[in-house]
Design a binder for this molecule. Structure first.
Ligand code: AMP
Ligand code: ZN
Length: 489
């Protein structure tokens, strides 16, 4: 990697201070100043993929959010101990501890063993991270390689009186905790009253499996993933792996725990319960959650609507364009995926690439603009504002060389690979006109009908800024009175 000057040293050289870093904590439901437990070191645990299928671009949005967080922490001169698990056993098709292990189901679908598909999809996932410029976590740990730690954890919970055993497994007794479900502010009483969930032998439906006993798989014979334990042959429940591995690598209290928003109600609530059961406190100072990527209002999911990074690449898009699209919205809002939106992101990125390759080298980073940029990203990762600032720099009064240097400094956080070799590679920009450009064109049409030439000119400029030109068609009876063309980049 090319030498990168530290952003803090650039601020210092201009006698400017680093804006305070504030992050949203889902546990306290508010934004707070971030200070790590150990000076200059951040310990961070991220829930990783369940490797029974390819990650879809929704999953990847969550890992891009984690990467952004990591880069912001790095910009604040913290060294990061980033741990991510690989779920290769124990994640059942139903959050209520029923159904099949997703790994076994995936194996059956592919006609392979669970071990083979785990290895294959883990590798495919790591390739996706690489394509998106996501920095690999320092420690990537597999559930199947930490069975002993998980058994030890369950034993400790048992000694503390938080478990009970049924004919199909060992369960966590959620009613033993006064604040079970606090993270999600679960209304346990309400849930109990309106119970609609299959309890099987559980005492309460918010109880969850710590260890499941093996049953003979009717189609495949003996279960492929099973281990001896003090309670019988079986496999660990999904939640225990994250408690056991985060504790092993980061200790009983660490700085940040991340995952997608769907983890709030079940997986993270259960991780918290396990830590409280074992140690009497929860484990992370900040719980951070990335919101879903949706398509036509529906969440993307592996079993339902699924779009892969590979699908985008096959259509000619660059993974960098997907990263740009993700940065256009704040991580705590839902992002609607559409190919029109990806087209706009591609155009914007291509325009940036062109500028970066045209502008001369050897410029100086503007300390003031860098400070403004860091104010945005240190304010709970406000990337839409950071991107708006980036575009205002391209149009502002700095010399072209200084613009280039300043944008490269921003890119240490954005990770778009500006001016990289990759940015010189061709990729697809739009073949269709994005909806927002069409709306601008229609507004301009109306302005012309109203003879508001000033507004019409301003709208033409907006259309140009979005990467399109508009031409009026004068022919009598023409169905459309304008033609929109993509500007060459
Ligand atoms: P999984 O591989 O299913 O365990 O999910 C991996 C990560 O992706 C988890 O942190 C999920 O919360 C997250 N995730 C799942 N679906 C989406 C989505 N549509 N948008 C964003 N993140 C998601
Ligand atoms: Zn987890």
């Amino acid at each position: 990697m090319a030498y990168q000057q530290s952003l803090v040293s650039i601020l210092k050289a201009s006698s400017l201070s680093l804006p305070v870093l504030q992050l949203y904590d889902s546990y306290r439901r508010g934004t707070f100043d971030f200070l790590p437990i150990t000076d200059n070191q951040v310990s961070m645990y991220a829930c990783g993929p369940t490797v029974y299928d390819y990650a879809h671009i929704g999953n990847l949005r969550t890992y891009l959010f984690t990467d952004l967080l990591r880069r912001v922490l790095m910009a604040n001169e913290y060294s990061i101990k980033h741990v991510m698990n690989i779920t290769d056993v124990g994640h059942l098709t139903s959050d209520a501890d029923q159904g099949e292990d997703k790994m076994l189901k995936g194996a059956r679908k592919q006609g392979k063993t669970a071990w083979q598909i785990a290895q294959y999809f883990e590798q495919a996932f790591m390739e996706d991270l690489n394509r998106l410029g996501i920095i690999t976590p320092k420690i990537v740990c597999r559930a199947t390689e930490h069975i002993e730690e998980q058994i030890d954890y369950i034993k400790a919970l048992q000694e503390n009186g938080f478990t009970y055993t049924t004919s199909d497994g060992v369960y966590f007794d959620s009613q033993k905790l006064e604040r079970y479900g606090y993270l999600a502010r679960l209304n346990i009483e309400g849930l109990q009253g309106g119970k609609r969930v299959e309890l099987a032998q559980k005492k309460h439906h918010t109880d969850f499996a710590l260890w499941k006993f093996s049953v003979v798989d009717t189609q495949q014979g003996d279960r492929q993933m099973q281990w001896e334990s003090p309670w019988g042959i079986g496999f660990p429940g999904w939640h225990i792996e994250c408690s056991a591995m985060s504790e092993k690598y980061l200790g009983t209290r660490f700085d940040i725990h991340v995952g997608g928003e769907d983890h709030i109600a079940v997986h993270h609530s259960n991780e918290i319960a396990q830590c409280e059961g074992r140690h009497g406190h929860q484990q992370a100072n900040f719980w951070m959650h990335g919101y879903f990527l949706q398509s036509s209002g529906e969440k993307l999911s592996k079993s339902g609507r699924s779009i892969l990074l590979k699908d985008l690449i096959d259509k000619g898009y660059s993974p960098r364009a997907f990263r740009y699209l993700v940065l256009t919205s704040h991580y705590r809002s839902h992002l609607q995926f559409s190919f029109a939106a990806l087209d706009s992101a591609s155009i914007a990125l291509k325009r940036l690439d062109k500028l970066m390759h045209e502008w001369p080298l050897q410029g100086k980073v503007s300390g003031e603009l860098l400070q403004q940029f860091l104010k945005h990203v240190n304010n709970d990762l406000k990337t839409p504002q950071a991107l708006a600032l980036l575009w205002s720099v391209t149009k502002g009064g700095l010399s072209d060389a200084d613009k280039r240097a300043t944008l490269l400094a921003f890119d240490q956080v954005l990770g778009l690979g500006l001016a990289s070799d990759e940015s010189a590679m061709p990729f697809k920009v739009s073949s269709i006109v994005p909806e927002e450009v069409e709306v601008l064109a229609q507004k301009r049409q109306l302005a012309r009908i109203n003879k508001d030439w000033g507004l019409s000119d301003r709208l033409r400029e907006c259309i140009k800024e979005a990467g399109y030109s508009i031409e009026d068609i004068k022919e009598e009876g023409a169905e459309q009175r304008y033609k929109i063309t993509l500007l060459s980049v």
